[in-house]
Design a protein around this ligand. Structure first.
Ligand code: SF4
Ligand code: SF3
Length: 547
């Protein structure tokens, strides 16, 4: 059967090989086609900006932001709005024309850098520039691995950019690497090297975001977050964009409307700056994939600041608002570029007319163990390791998802020896953050550093422990890595860890479909990357010698 689309960028891809007729995520062939074209023209504009830099000409922040926002828009579950994606393609072509004018040497540019056509021809073009346009499966695999890593890096860059942080070096690399995925002269070895370099810049990008977040909102601190509800009507905020949340909290002050976090927005509660809002009352629900039930029972409007959007049911669709990189056809989109104040009054007005949320849980969960907080507790943690009270840390960061096989992570957390502590970040935490796993001498057995982008904190913590214990090699620490992935931000986290020299990372619930057998072999042989097995086997593998 002929493919109507081809996408294999996420863990839930159809049949663990590729979505060819309709995305498991709900992405339809038309949206897939326009996303492919958007990625392709973003590669083209990146080729021009890379050449401009070589000619010693500056590239504007606006151009950098167009490219990062484009890639972010194509991340799994971020944007399903065909028209919004078409507009971004047009914006990119317009910006590209201006940049092309500035270029002295226009010789040998690839088609992606020069192509232009009437909108009626976009669809046919989009069908021949997607993933499968690279025939060699190893080159394709590496090009996609790099592109997906860059999508993750773009997301993190965008979050820093809205807090007025930019890193020209990161943008320059991002564009150089993106352009390199068009270059047919690059060998497998060169692409492997570029993959690792992507990880290195992933660390820089995540450090930039960490700096932006903590200088704006303070360092996350241990916090107990209410998971019940109040009696007032509420607005639910999901996704990862803290700046959007801040603007919304400012605008809801004194309106009688409460604000709740959902999924990856939970860690906002850990920041001192967000604690000053009296109407910022708690977290409602769980990870992204449970939103159909949870958005229904929330009763009030929901603001999706980024991924992950699940196609909404008609019963609550009119209560969904998108902003930034996110979009869904038929849902109102709140505009506002970097540096602009967004107007959330439509959401606030709707909330006032809604019932308060239906309670689905009660109690609280504890988090806020980002690097500064853990390092503040370093003496306690180091003592616990030295006395043997803590034998091992298990990094279980990453994503949650629909697949039943992800129950592995709940079972694995429950089966861990009682002297093991989980270090987590990202929505993966919802698989075990409400279990009663207790504490070790006052240190909770689940230490949540924050969102997926705060995985950076886990690397900082590991490097700090390495220093404290005087170790030569990060792999000599009593830390094992059992990471759950779903979308492309987890790809940049993985590449970042590899670039820091972390070995033997286990990745599940399945290995990425975009890794060809040969590329998998490179990752296995050089980095000890592995999948997951049964809970029992993996507990034996990680803890066999201590049981
Ligand atoms: Fe399929 Fe995932 Fe791509 Fe959606 S993002 S179309 S589920 S591979
Ligand atoms: Fe989750 Fe979508 Fe990846 Fe930010 S919200 S971790 S999946």
């Amino acid at each position: 059967m002929e493919n109507l689309m081809f996408c294999y960028q996420c863990q839930e891809t159809a049949g663990s090989t590729g979505c060819t007729r309709l995305g498991v995520c709900g992405k339809n062939p038309q949206v897939a086609a326009m996303q492919d074209l958007l990625v392709w023209v973003s590669k083209g504009i990146s080729e021009i900006t890379t050449r401009l830099r070589k000619e010693g000409k500056p590239v504007s922040k606006d151009a950098n932001h167009i490219i990062t926002l484009n890639l972010f828009t194509t991340i799994t579950n971020a944007n399903f709005d065909d028209e919004a994606i078409v507009a971004k393609i047009q914006e990119t072509l317009d910006a590209r024309a201006e940049l092309l004018n500035m270029l002295d040497d226009k010789s040998g540019l690839s088609e992606a850098a020069t192509w232009n056509a009437d909108k009626s021809d976009w669809d046919s073009k989009s069908r021949i520039v997607g993933v499968l346009s690279t025939e060699n499966e190893d080159i394709r695999s590496l090009r996609e691995l790099i592109t997906y890593g860059l999508k993750g890096l773009s997301a993190y860059s965008k979050h820093a950019n809205v807090l007025k942080e930019d890193n020209e070096e990161v943008d320059a690399f991002l564009q150089r690497a993106l352009a390199a995925t068009l270059d047919d002269t690059l060998s497998v070895d060169e692409l492997v090297a570029l993959t690792l370099e992507t990880g290195k810049y992933g660390v820089s990008g995540m450090a930039m975001l960490d700096g932006a977040n903590t200088s704006t909102y303070g360092n996350p601190e241990v916090t107990s977050v209410n998971i019940g509800v109040g009696k007032k009507p509420g607005i639910l905020v999901s996704g990862h964009d803290l700046r959007d949340l801040e603007m919304l909290l400012e605008q809801t002050k004194g309106t009688g409307v409460d604000v709740y976090t959902h999924s990856e927005m939970l860690p906002a509660h850990y920041y001192p700056e967000f604690k000053k809002y009296d109407n910022f009352v708690g977290n409602y629900g769980n990870a992204w994939w449970k939103q159909k039930e949870e958005f229904e029972s929330f009763n009030g409007p929901i603001l999706m600041t980024t991924n992950c959007i699940v196609a909404p049911k008609d019963s609550y669709k009119e209560r969904i608002f998108t902003t930034g990189a996110s979009g869904f056809p038929g849902c109102a989109h709140i505009p506002g570029s970097i540096g602009e104040e967004k107007d959330f009054s439509a959401i606030i007005e709707m909330a006032k007319k809604c019932d308060s949320p239906i309670e689905i849980e009660t109690g609280s969960i504890v988090g806020g163990f980002a690097h500064a907080q853990v390092i503040a507790l370093a003496d306690k943690v180091v003592d616990a390791v030295k006395t043997g009270a803590i034998k091992k840390f298990v990094v279980m960061a990453g994503c949650d998802g629909r697949a039943k096989s992800r129950n592995y992570y709940t079972d694995f957390a429950e089966a861990l020896p009682k002297d093991a502590v989980i270090l987590t970040a990202g929505c993966a935490k919802y698989k075990y953050n409400k279990l009663n796993l207790g504490d070790i001498g006052g240190i909770p057995r689940v230490l949540d550093a924050g969102q997926c982008n705060d995985s950076y904190s886990l690397a900082v913590i590991a490097l700090k422990l390495k220093e404290v214990f005087g170790l030569e090699d990060i792999n000599d620490l009593p830390i094992v890595y059992n990471i759950a992935w779903y979308e492309q931000k987890a790809v940049i986290v993985l590449l970042a860890l590899l670039s820091l020299g972390v070995k033997d990372i286990h990745l599940g619930p399945t290995l990425p479909a975009f890794l060809s057998p040969n590329v998998t072999k490179v990752l296995v042989e050089n980095f000890g990357i592995a999948g997951i097995g049964t809970v029992e086997d993996d507990i034996n593998l990680f803890f066999g010698e201590q049981k």
